[in-house]
Design a protein around this ligand. Structure first.
Ligand code: FAD
Length: 292
C-alpha cells in the first residue's frame, strides 16, 4: 500500500460511523486525503495497481456492503471555505450544514433548505440534493474536478447535465474537489426563522432520530413515493433489522441490527408491491455500493 504524509491510511477499517444507516461495513483500506497532493498521489497509485475505489462523502445516501475489497476515499482535508461578498467557494468535504450556517452568518440567503441535509458539498452536488423546491444547482456557478489521470479542470454549471436528484457526475468520471456558489444578500434573522421552522417540521414528519439515509426512492412524476408506499400498507414492514419507518413511508430505518442485505431485500419488496399495485417503477435515490 502507498505511504505518504499527505494521506492517512487505515487497514480493515470499520465504516459503521461513516454511514448514516450505521451499517457494519468494513473497507480493506480507508484513506483520508489530507490535501490535493495526497489525492493525486493516491489516484496515481490506484491507476498503477488497478484497484477498486470509491469516494465516500458523509455516507448519507449510500447502502454499504458488509465488506468492500478496495479503497474507500474520504476527502477530509478538502475543507476550505471562503466567502467574498456574495461568492462562496468551498472544498468538497465541507458539510452542507456548515456551508448553510457560515453563509447565513454573513447575511447571505439561498441555502437555508440545506440545513438538515447530513451530507457533504461534494456528495450533494453529485446527487443534486435539494428540498422545499430548491436544489444545490440553483446557486451553483462552477465546480473544480479531478479525473483518473489527475487532470484538474473547472466545469461550469451549464456544462453539467442535471435534473431532479440526478447529475451526469454520477457516472464517476470525475471527483469533485471544490465548488463555487453565488448567493444573494439576505437577512440573518429571517434565515434563522425559516430554518427553525423547517427543522421543527422535519422532526415531526421524518424519523431523524433513527439511522437512515433519507428518502429511499425518488418521487415519481406528480406523486410521492411515501404516499404510494403508505397506501400499499407497507408502513412498519420489517425485514431483519430494516424497517419501513412508521413515521414516513419513504424512509427505511435501521432498528439496530440491519444489514445491507436486509435493506436491499426491503427495497426489492417495495418495488415489487408498487409495480404490481400501481404499475409504477420506483427509482432508488440511494446508492448500493457492492464490489463483487
Ligand atoms: C435524515 C436524512 C435526511 C435527508 N434529507 C435529504 C433531503 O432533504 N434532500 C436530499 O437531497 N437528500 C437528503 N438526504 C440524503 C443525503 O443527505 C444527500 O443525498 C447528501 O447530499 C449526500 O451527501 P454525502 O456527502 O453523504 O454523499 P455520500 O452518501 O457519501 O455519497 C453519495 C454519492 O456521491 C459520491 N460522492 C461523494 N462525494 C463526492 C465527491 N467529492 N466527488 C465525487 N463523488 C462524490 C459518492 O461516491 C456516492 O456515489 C437525507 C439523508 C438523511 C440521512
Amino acid at each position: 500500500m502507498i505511504k505518504s504524509s499527505n494521506l492517512e491510511i487505515i487497514e480493515n477499517a470499520s465504516l459503521k460511523n461513516l454511514n448514516t444507516y450505521k451499517l457494519e461495513s468494513v473497507a480493506k483500506y480507508l484513506v483520508k486525503v489530507l490535501n490535493i497532493e495526497g489525492l493525486k498521489e493516491l489516484l496515481e497509485y490506484i491507476k498503477k495497481e488497478n484497484l477498486n475505489y470509491f469516494i465516500l462523502g458523509n455516507g448519507s445516501n449510500v447502502i454499504l456492503d458488509d465488506y468492500l475489497d478496495g479503497i474507500l476515499i474520504k476527502l477530509d482535508g478538502l475543507n476550505n471555505l471562503t466567502i467574498k461578498d456574495n461568492i462562496v467557494t468551498c472544498g468538497a468535504a465541507v458539510k452542507m450544514s456548515t456551508l448553510t450556517c457560515e453563509t447565513i452568518s454573513k447575511n447571505l440567503t439561498g441555502l437555508e433548505w440545506a440545513i438538515n441535509i447530513p451530507g457533504t458539498v461534494g456528495g450533494s452536488i453529485v446527487g443534486n440534493a435539494g428540498a422545499y423546491n430548491s436544489e444545490i444547482f440553483d446557486n451553483l456557478i462552477s465546480i473544480k474536478v479531478i479525473d483518473k489521470d489527475c487532470n484538474i479542470k473547472e466545469l461550469k454549471k451549464e456544462d453539467i447535465p442535471h435534473a431532479y436528484r440526478h447529475t451526469s457526475l454520477k457516472n464517476k468520471e470525475y471527483i469533485v474537489i471544490e465548488a463555487t456558489f453565488k448567493l444573494t444578500k439576505g437577512n440573518k434573522e429571517d434565515s434563522l426563522t425559516l430554518i427553525k421552522d423547517r427543522t421543527k417540521r422535519r422532526k415531526k414528519t421524518q424519523p431523524i432520530d433513527m439511522p437512515s439515509a433519507g428518502s429511499v426512492f425518488r418521487n415519481p412524476q406528480n406523486d410521492h413515493a411515501g404516499r404510494l408506499i403508505e397506501e400499499a400498507g407497507l408502513k412498519g414492514k420489517k425485514i431483519g433489522g430494516a424497517e419501513i419507518s412508521p413515521k414516513h413511508a419513504n424512509f427505511i430505518v435501521n432498528t439496530g441490527t440491519a444489514t445491507s442485505k436486509d435493506i436491499k431485500n426491503l427495497i426489492k419488496l417495495v418495488q415489487e408491491v408498487i409495480k404490481e399495485k400501481y404499475n409504477i417503477d420506483l427509482i432508488l435515490e440511494q446508492e448500493i455500493i457492492e464490489w463483487k
